[in-house]
Ligand binder design. Sequence first.
Ligand code: CO
Length: 131
Amino acid sequence: MIKQISHLGIAVKNLEEAREFYHSVFRLESSDPIIGGDGTIKVSMVKVGNVLIELLQPFGSEGIMAKFLEKRGEGFHHICYEVDDINAEVASLKASGIEVLGEPRPGAEGTSVFLHPRGTHGVLVELVEKE
Ligand code: CO
């Protein structure tokens, strides 16, 4: 069961410039950047009430975020929903024919998995089960 929106992922070219923008324009603070995922993404979280904005910058010239920026430019990348039981969610989605990308694996916020935009009306969806 989906409980709430956990975060929204936004692709940016330059994380420091984006953090400075969120700070000076929106008066929102962001976390210190970390290298995430498979080591090709630099990430900083901006807290907005109960929802986070995940700022994503490619780290190096390879990887999914570098490809995304090259193809689509800066902007909305994915929505992440918090679920109570990720394995049950994945099983039920697969049974409905939804394309699940790989298996759930540990990440910054908990165990997460992505759903291909082909099966979700054009939106890359991440599901996370928090610890
Ligand atoms: Co995410």
